[in-house]
Design a binder for this molecule. Structure first.
Ligand code: ZN
Length: 318
């Protein structure tokens, strides 16, 4: 079988206050907190993972929530917008729900024949809901505060902002093997793989526009799925041959990862599907305890003390 990525694995963002982060993604957006751990590269900061019931690849939004960080600026060289798929007919429900929590919600727009609702979280992170027929064919997670028929089912895709879209586009098609499927104005659409979920990458051409700056409300990177460590190793070789500065394999406990910047500056990760979030917790209790990888267990007390306590709780506002 030829080497191919099978969709988005997760999206990782920088957030502000950790409790507000939990409030927004579990109570407003209705995802499940499936893992509460720390940033393995800076264990004074949480790493929160939100997803469906088990945190399937393609549903996982993750955050490094720094309590006192300043806001960043969304710009070129970043994932600017993260999109979730919801069933057809759900956008009215969402518009009302998001407005009731005082989120900034933009007028719905239509792209490539599909309706999209753009909004921001409490930190200014740009999010989007896209209504699709396919989303209505799978069940949502019924354990959260959002009625099951309207829940976000998975990611729909991501939107990259770059200064030279054709250059990024060549990388996506020639190196990663994705298909260019259409364009509307400055937006060119690529599809990572066959299948309906978390397979869309839009690239917006923004020549002469400012680069993004990291901080709260900005996306740190997007990860794409590979089925095995063997395939990941092949990607490492292939990307290096294409001139990319790709990292060694990093053990992220719930998956293995390699990272590089695509030619437009957006940080890409290639992450393995296995082993997943049930590695160290049962499905029923995912996200309950602070989980640490074996190499940080001997520092548990100090790490736990340095983190602000957070809980999954009902909220009226965010
Ligand atoms: Zn990642």
């Amino acid at each position: 079988m030829s080497l191919a990525l099978s969709g988005i694995h997760h999206v990782t963002a920088v957030g502000g206050d950790p409790q507000k982060n939990v409030d927004f993604y579990t109570q407003v957006l209705g995802q499940r907190l499936v893992k509460k751990t720390v940033n393995f590269d800076d264990n004074s900061v949480y790493h929160m993972y939100y997803g469906d019931e088990v945190g399937h690849p393609g549903t996982i939004m993750t955050f490094f929530p720094f309590p006192d960080i300043r806001r960043g600026r969304i710009g070129n060289g970043q994932v600017a917008v993260t999109s979730y798929a919801v069933p057809l007919g759900s956008l009215d429900f969402w518009r009302e729900r998001l407005s009731s929590y005082h989120c900034t919600v933009f007028e719905p727009s239509t792209r490539f024949g599909e309706e999209a609702l753009v909004f921001t979280d409490h930190d200014g992170t740009m999010l989007e809901l896209v209504a699709t027929e396919e989303a209505g064919k799978v069940a949502g997670w019924a354990g959260g505060p959002v009625p099951a028929e309207h829940t976000v089912r998975s990611f729909y895709g991501v939107t990259l902002w770059v200064a030279d879209a054709p250059r990024t586009g060549r990388h996506l098609t020639e190196v990663l093997g994705w298909e260019q499927v259409g364009s509307e104005g400055a937006r060119t659409r690529y599809r990572i793989a066959d299948g309906n979920f978390a397979t869309v990458v839009d690239v917006i051409d923004r020549p002469e526009q400012p680069r993004g700056m990291g901080g709260a409300g900005t996306i740190h990177h997007v990860a794409f799925r590979t089925p095995s460590e063997d395939d990941q190793e092949e990607w490492q070789v292939k990307l290096a041959e294409a001139g990319m500065n790709v990292t060694p394999v990093r053990d992220r406990q719930y998956f293995k990862s390699i990272y590089y910047r695509e030619p437009g500056g957006v940080l890409f990760e290639i992450a393995t599907d296995p082993p997943g979030f049930t590695l160290d917790e049962e499905v029923a209790t995912l996200g309950t305890d602070l989980k640490l990888p074996p190499w940080l267990e001997d520092q548990r007390e100090a790490i736990a003390q340095s983190l602000l306590p957070v809980e999954v709780r009902e909220v009226d506002s965010v």
